[in-house]
Design a protein around this ligand. Structure first.
Ligand code: CA
Length: 587
């Protein structure tokens, strides 16, 4: 246990954070006054499909080279048992941003739009005075912002209803499902779609941080989410990262299970992901795993790049770094690849929070989940959740201060591969999995970390009573027939709407950039005196004063210039946050 922070008392009344900038006046210069102490910036880095059990920070025997992440973990509170709340991209991310489980917000599969009225951490942070910015992937359907003020890149996946699941026809493999090509075609490359994407995400994020540093201390604190798509399949990575494993005899999966011995959900997943009957050779398995290892090292490189910018610009000390992901990858364990299951490689994610001057680096062994990040972020910035609104997440702040904390995870899965709601409870050593269409599962992860022995039918009396208690809890928590009906209605609605929207003129919902990325406002332009521009762009500013300008600056009057100037003025005048007409503080 680390020492408690100066203001945190687990049950005390003094947990009330200072009343910091009231809603609606974020433009006022109040952040650095003693009453409203400066708030730390937040850099939230995400990876996609990064299996926590494979990382060196959780598994010292790991072959994956992640020097930057290992160093960051030494300076962080590391959650050794962190889970996503739905092992699929969009549902997991919607939980993460909202703190609510998928069935509460209708985030069933990769083509569900959650309401724009669902509060996210971006809304809370923005209301608390933060400039909320997203670079990279969040897999939003419809609304591409959900509380983010800025978006630096489009998403990598479509923001529409094209990838809806169909439980009315569960036996049909849909065109966009995963298949075996990722494994069969694994290997080094010069470039992929995913590399194009993450290179843009990294570049725009670094540029955002440089621009932020240039503007100086008066700018609102930033909450920047940098969300990469690696190490998601296809398993193909630049030669530079592939070659890092040239002399490594890549580990093979530890658990082999014959197709006929698979549990029903795993068997369905093998069908859905087109893996049945392949009997991949050891060479094929190693090839795919090696490319994945390389992609993880690429993520590690990008983490190092971002931290380097924070250090160089003097932002590092006042920035909380959070690192997590949306789900893992089975990577051949039990004959499974990708995600969509509750086995550890698929459902466990990395999660760490680093701000050494506030939180003493240590390990947390209790089970937490990514939907806990939403209430945690709200507390970290000195706000409180609005009472009376739904919230499934629990703040991990007590864990951060080493004061103990919860040990509890709920997860829900209603995406491709299952044919009914598939739910998980994780607590203490236990993982309980239940679904109306499948036999239940119960694993003891302390005595059986590889999940080889399903204890759901154990004759042991103690185990029996634990199983019964989980069963009763699940039946009380989830109305399975209601959730099934809700999922079916949602799927049918989207099939109808999507088929109609594809007829005639197609209006994309994908992000198309905004005025901030206008080339007329970047680099060297006629509307800005050159010396002034160069002086402002140089960071840190030169200590040597420039020569006094002897030339009168003549403002050009061309239409292009005037249009660009108007745009710039309009952007400068735009209020950062909508005025709140109900100026109640959060508490
Ligand atoms: Ca994903």
């Amino acid at each position: 246990m680390g020492s408690l922070g100066p203001t945190y008392q687990p049950n005390g009344a003094d947990n009330t954070p200072p009343i910091s900038p009231p809603n609606g006046v974020q433009g006022l210069p109040g952040f650095s006054t003693p009453m409203f102490p400066a708030k730390p910036n937040i850099l939230f880095i995400m990876a996609d499909q990064l299996a926590a059990p494979l990382l060196k920070m959780h598994n010292p025997k790991s072959q994956i080279k992640t020097p930057n992440l290992d160093k960051l973990a030494e300076q962080a509170v590391v959650f050794d048992s962190a889970y996503c709340n739905s092992p699929l991209c969009a549902p997991s991310r919607m939980c993460l941003i909202s703190g609510q489980l998928p069935s509460k917000i209708g985030a069933y599969d990769n083509a569900c739009s959650i309401g724009s009225d669902v509060p996210t951490y971006a809304h809370y942070l923005r209301a608390a005075g933060y400039e909320t910015t997203l670079a990279g992937k969040m897999h939003f359907i419809g609304d591409q912002l959900h509380g983010y003020e800025n978006r630096l890149t489009a998403d990598i996946y479509p923001g529409d209803y094209g990838w809806a699941v169909n439980w009315d026809d569960p036996g049909r493999r849909l065109e966009w499902y995963h298949n075996s090509s990722s494994i069969l075609q694994a290997g080094p490359c010069v470039r992929t779609n995913q590399l194009d994407y993450d290179e843009e995400v990294l570049y725009k994020s670094k540029q955002y941080l440089y621009d932020y540093a240039r503007e100086g201390p008066d700018r609102r604190p930033f909450a920047l989410t940098v969300s990469f798509t690696h190490p998601h399949d296809p398993y193909s990575i630049e030669t530079k990262y592939w070659d890092m494993y040239e002399d490594v005899d890549i580990d093979l999966p530890e658990v082999q299970i014959k197709e006929e011995d698979q549990d029903p959900h795993s068997a369905r997943l093998q069908y859905v992901t087109e893996l049945r009957g392949h009997n991949f050779t050891d060479a094929q398995l190693k090839q795919a795993r090696r490319a994945y290892y390389g992609a993880v090292s690429y993520i590690d490189h990008n983490i190092g790049e971002l931290i380097d910018v924070l250090k160089k610009t003097g932002l590092a000390d006042d920035t909380i770094i959070i690192f997590s992901g949306d789900h893992g990858d089975m990577l051949g364990e039990r004959g499974l690849w990708y995600k969509m299951s509750y086995f550890e490689n698929s459902v466990r994610v990395p999660m760490l929070i680093s701000h050494p001057k506030q939180f003493k680096p240590h390990r947390v062994t209790e089970s937490v989940s990514t939907l806990d990040l939403m209430p945690t972020l709200v507390e970290l910035v000195g706000s409180k959740l609005v009472p009376g609104l739904p919230m499934d997440g629990q703040s991990v702040l007590p864990h951060l201060y080493g004061a103990g904390g919860h040990d509890n995870v709920f997860a829900e899965y209603m995406g491709e591969g299952t044919i009914a709601p598939l739910m998980m409870i994780r607590r203490g050593p236990w993982k309980y999995v239940t679904c109306p269409s499948d036999p239940p599962q119960l694993f003891n992860l302390v005595s059986d970390p590889l999940e080889k022995e399903n204890l759901a039918s154990s004759a042991d009396e103690t185990v029996r009573s634990i199983f019964k208690a989980f069963e009763a809890e699940a039946n009380k928590k989830w109305n399975f027939s209601q959730i099934t009906d809700d999922v079916l209605v949602c799927q049918r609605q989207r099939r109808l709407v999507w088929s109609a929207l594809q007829k005639g003129r197609f209006e994309s919902w994908d992000w198309r950039g905004d005025a901030r990325d206008d080339g007329r406002l970047k680099y060297i332009r006629s509307q800005m005196p050159l010396d002034d521009l160069e002086r402002k762009a140089r960071f840190p500013p030169s200590a040597v004063p420039g020569p006094k300008s002897v030339l009168q600056y003549n403002e050009p009057k061309t239409p292009a210039y005037l249009q660009a100037k108007r745009l710039k003025e309009e952007l400068a005048a735009r209020p950062a946050v909508q005025i709140d007409h109900n100026p109640q503080p959060f508490y």
